[in-house]
Write a protein that binds this ligand. Structure first.
Ligand code: ADP
Length: 251
């Protein structure tokens, strides 16, 4: 398939903390437009892997490429964000006193800088971009409410919208369904399926119902354990893998 080149490529990545290998010879390839779920027990190395991709942690060995040419191990966090990798942590961080609309406005990349952008009149183009994102994240009706009044799930969507304002190519999401109601979780799944294709998503998650929902359209699942890939494939393949069962059920 020539339309779907690899967007993220990790090979032989190792991260050591005082001799302990949190990541141990990790290989991972994500295709453009994929919606990839990352699972694995606590301590498997999921967070450390995200830290390597975003430049927060330097690997002690291995290669990490974004697209064909961007060597992630040579860039700092800001450069990686600028190159088009957006990360969302578990806890939503929105500006509570500002409206939903203003939060998105603030997150927009402008050549004047994000703070000064507040003091300029919005162009029609910028406004329609915000409105398009509002629709996508299902917050059109809340546009002029203070973000502090949103539900936990709505704050998570707003933060995703804020990430999208920067036009990332790859989105890394850390347990996006945590703390959501069942209804919010399902709506998040719908949102992720909608985003896949236009964006590439890598989602670390524990909620298996949510993973089932987001991997329904050929989404691949990767199971990490002890810093490397234990199993990879469809959810069914991974769930039925004996090594995965052993790790989750304990020895
Ligand atoms: P996960 O996100 O899958 O739960 P982590 O990436 O957080 O796993 O951690 C993987 C392993 O690395 C764990 O054993 C953890 O204790 C260890 N670890 C993570 N960060 C550090 C650090 N800064 N210093 C020492 N050990 C760490």
């Amino acid at each position: 398939d020539t339309t779907h080149g690899v967007i993220l490529y990790l090979e032989g990545i190792t991260v050591s903390f005082d001799g302990f290998k949190a990541i141990n010879n990790l290989n991972l390839a994500i295709d453009k437009g994929e919606l990839r779920s990352i699972i694995g027990p606590n301590g498997a190395g999921k967070t450390t892997m995200m830290d390597v991709i975003t430049g927060k942690t330097r690997p002690s060995a291995g290669t990490a490429f974004f697209g064909q040419t961007i060597d992630l191990t040579k860039l700092n966090e800001a450069q990686i964000a600028h190159a088009g990798i957006g990360r969302k942590f578990q806890k939503p961080t929105v500006f509570e006193e500002l409206s939903v609309f203003e939060n998105l406005e603030l997150a927009m990349k402008t050549d004047k800088g994000i703070w000064s952008s507040l003091f300029f009149k919005l162009t029609g183009e910028a406004r329609s971009k915000i409105e398009q994102k509002l629709e996508l994240i299902r917050l059109k009706e809340q546009a002029h409410r203070p973000a502090g009044l949103l539900s936990h799930g709505q704050k998570q969507w707003l933060e995703i919208g804020m990430l999208l304002m920067q036009e990332p190519l790859l989105l890394l999401l850390d347990e996006p369904a945590a703390g959501m109601t069942d209804e919010e979780t399902e709506r998040s799944g719908e949102l992720f399926l909608e985003l896949a294709g236009d964006y590439t998503l890598v989602v670390v998650e524990h909620d298996m119902d949510f993973i089932k929902q987001i991997s329904a359209r050929n989404g691949k699942v990767t199971c990490l354990h002890e810093g490397h890939v234990l199993a990879e494939g469809s959810l069914e393949q991974v769930q039925n893998d004996e090594r995965v069962i052993e790790v989750y059920l304990g020895r």
